[in-house]
Design a protein around this ligand. Structure first.
Ligand SMILES: C[S@@+](CC[C@H](N)C(=O)[O-])C[C@H]1O[C@@H](n2cnc3c(N)ncnc32)[C@H](O)[C@@H]1O
Length: 205
């Protein structure tokens, strides 16, 4: 990413502080599918996905200040009106900000693998949180999970299936590469190098 002067305030600060779900239609100024990404990083997926799907209301969490502020800056600069970045820890804010059955899709792409045992509690795909995320989805909701770390891919998929997500390809099966799918920033690198990526597209039911 090129250097952009960072905003002085955390992006999405007012949303992050809310104690209860906002009226997302009022936040975005229009109604439409509501989707959530946890850990958007440099935003390669979020920005392009929002550009291609202007009807979607897209909320992206990112706890690294530089990424969060730059992604929102880029969205604003390019007139992408359907993306709201929230700077902060998704694990604490998602339970406050999203009502049960309110989300159409969840995106978790290349989550940090947290190799050290002491850090593993920071991983997003813990059994309780996975089960909680499932409750936030509509009955038709979907979970888009991608990673390059095979061990984490198998663990993550098992946690999601255990939490009740349905894998239309069968338990433990990964989705083949789809050239029409928007790649994330990290995924773009692997598409060039040919390094394997494990993709799962799960359904709430
Ligand atoms: C390995 S990067 C992948 C970024 C992006 N999804 C991609 O595929 O290029 C994981 C990102 O998740 C963010 N992250 C990890 N845990 C988070 C949390 N609890 N809340 C918000 N962001 C988080 C990290 O700061 C990092 O930017």
């Amino acid at each position: 990413m090129s250097r952009i002067p960072l905003r002085p305030q955390p992006v999405g600060e007012a949303l992050y502080r809310l104690e209860a779900p906002p009226d997302w239609t009022a936040v975005f100024g229009f109604d439409g599918p509501l989707e959530l990404e946890i850990g958007c990083g440099a935003g390669g997926f979020a920005l392009e996905y929002c550009r291609r799907n202007p009807q979607v209301r897209y909320v992206a969490f990112e706890w690294r200040k530089k990424f969060a502020r730059e992604v929102q800056h880029r969205a604003d600069k390019h007139g992408i009106k359907n993306l709201r970045v929230i700077e902060g820890d998704a694990r604490f804010a998602v339970p406050r900000l999203f009502a049960e059955g309110s989300l159409d899709q969840l995106h978790l792409q290349f989550p940090d693998p947290w190799w050290k045992r002491a850090h593993q509690k920071r991983a997003i795909l813990q059994p309780d949180f996975a089960a909680f995320l499932r409750t936030r989805l509509k009955a038709t909701g979907r979970f888009d999970f991608r990673t390059d770390v095979e061990e984490r891919a198998r663990q993550g998929l098992a946690v999601l299936e255990e939490a009740g997500f349905v894998n239309p390809l069968g338990p433990g099966a990964f989705h083949p590469f789809d050239p029409d799918e928007v790649p994330s920033t990290r995924e773009r690198r692997y598409l060039v190098t040919g390094q394997p990526v494990f993709r799962a597209r799960l359904q709430k039911r």
